[in-house]
Write a protein that binds this ligand. Sequence first.
Ligand code: SAH
Ligand code: SF4
Length: 394
Amino acid sequence: MDLTQRIAYIRAMTTLDLNNPPANEPSLKNLAGMTRRELGAALSDVFGLEEKKTRMRASQLWRWIYQAGVKEFADMTDISKEMRNDLAKHFTLARPEVIERQVSTDGTRKYLLRMGPGIEVECVFIPGVGRAGALCVSSQVGCTLNCTFCHTGTQNLVRNLTAFEIIAQVLAVKDDLEEWPSDREDRNLSNIVFMGMGEPLYNLDHVANAIDVISDGEGISLSRRRITVSTSGVVPEMARLGEETSAMLAISLHATNDALRDELVPINRKYPLTELLDACRNYPGASNARRITFEYVMLKGVNDTDAEAQALVRLLKGIPAKINLIPFNPWPGAPYECSSWGRIEAFADIVNRAGYASPIRTPRGRDISAACGQLKSDSVKKRASERRREAAIS
Ligand code: SAH
Ligand code: SF4
């Protein structure tokens, strides 16, 4: 490879359109992950039926895909054999490839899924959280923000995930948990949290479309009240999140003054605490029945004094809030340590006495690096090594 070719190659590897992922269209279009509108359009493109018939057919397929969870058109028993064959000629219901599946001693399951070449994402199922169990999904590969305590923050953004790819995480995990049909009484997956890789409010259109699909009553049917979106504080998008999704809001707070938050959560320099808390006060639908969760990672000697617990209580005055204290989950090279249990309990006590629910989040899946802030895929590393390999060959 000469220099010009090498530059062109490196450019091709690094120039990515964040909202329009590189076309990687297999010959068969995948329907499992589409929104209702996309599903209707895909059917109409192929079969050219009139609008009403397309809508009816889309509804029928929708229930098979998202309510029954079938993976073969042949299993759609109320559709004529001829139609099923036609569908299989044009479409697929494939799931993303599960590259790795790890099960922690505490039952937490971590998955590494491959969405396309170089696009690998992690999601984590945590049993015994929420009503039955919570799935933590990723919204981006990597993250543009650099919170100093977060492992994902050390991975550059590769790109936004599409709604399809967010929904595909839910489908793949439901397959693994054998959670079909979606309306079964004993379901283990009852909650979704957008707390995996990435900042969901930098990808709100796709996140909102994914929530529409996940909460659809004729499909996966998870209540919007059991879907929580966590943000580091992208203030201008918060109202739209509430209006368009009715999802529960979680804020990664972690500090009670701007100087410290500027350091820990650098987006604070753009949207400081007063703006963030105002946006919380105005969050659509927030009430005592629908409280905002404030996440606070416990960092030894950094943000864990009694005075900071008192400051936290003052700061949240007037906001329907609950506080989630997260013991810091270490990762290789992390510049922090977790506060001691005694310190965390003393901190929780002050917050509790002020009338706030302040559960200490038990670290889950630490043995498989599945805990908060430990997620990081090899997507970037792989690309760098591929580049090196290419350079070595030329
Ligand atoms: N980007 C979004 C959502 C993903 S992070 C956000 O920042 O809110 C999900 C949660 O994990 C956030 O509250 C984040 O602050 C927390 N977190 C990140 N790294 C962590 C670590 N090492 N230990 C504990 N919690 C961490
Ligand atoms: Fe990104 Fe959230 Fe990690 Fe901050 S905490 S780097 S916003 S994923």
